[in-house]
Write a protein that binds this ligand. Sequence first.
Ligand SMILES: [Zn+2]
Length: 289
Amino acid sequence: MFGECHAHIIMDGKNYRKAVELHAEQVQDDVIRRHLKAYQDVGVSFVRDGGDSYGVSRRAKELAPEYGIDYRTPVFAIHKEGHYGSIVGRSFRNLREYYQRVLEAREEGADFIKIMTTGLLDFDNHGKVTGTPLEAAEVREMVHIAHEEGFAVMSHTNGVYGVQAALEAGVDSVEHGNYMDEETVLMLAQSRTVWVPTLVTVRNLMGCGRYEDRVIRPIMDHAAANLRLAYEKGAMIAPGSDAGAYQVPHGKGIEDELSAFLQILGDTAEVRTRLENGEYEIYRRFCRN
Ligand SMILES: [Zn+2]
């Protein structure tokens, strides 16, 4: 089917602050409709959002059927206070508060739980991830709590320590997963976790002027090498573009992501089948109701 396994309808691919501000007072249906239309135009009928703090993705879920789209949302993402994630959600200080956030998510109609376990890739520092990753033991508890409550877990995670911790905790999907090493990719391949590498969040920065191409290129190449290895070793992989992120427009983002996969892995029936299977796995676990 090739839907979009990772989007943020609140953002517009251009200016994060401005896009978010639009909804600060009140959620703007016309903006959401414009983005939903962009999905409809490229034939996308399934979108999994990564959450936001203003209930924009929750509203998108209500409007989406008018566009023939099955829209799924965690409502907001959950991050630990003092760590990365405030732009897409709500924080917790301890596991008791985390549990409260999970209950709030349910109350507000979440389809699944989204957690933030590490920062972003650091463009000024190749190979590094911003901030400190959450402790493996804490991530394990977070995932356990969400699973006990009947939710699948989408995990924003980068770096070796973070991805290994997320895999050990049994997250249902790892988002981004930049800067894995070989050992981590092998762990991924042996796990039941689906990897959504969001390749175009980096690739679409080539030539955009925000960062120099010599900074972007090695990150791109590293991600491509990891993807090839993950594919070879049988890892579950699925297309999601992080649409709404800088230079990643709604609708076109997932088309770009798909081309990136086919460019890296080759455009063969086998590759397409593997991607379809990965996406089906996302759909099966994250869209249960
Ligand atoms: Zn995201």
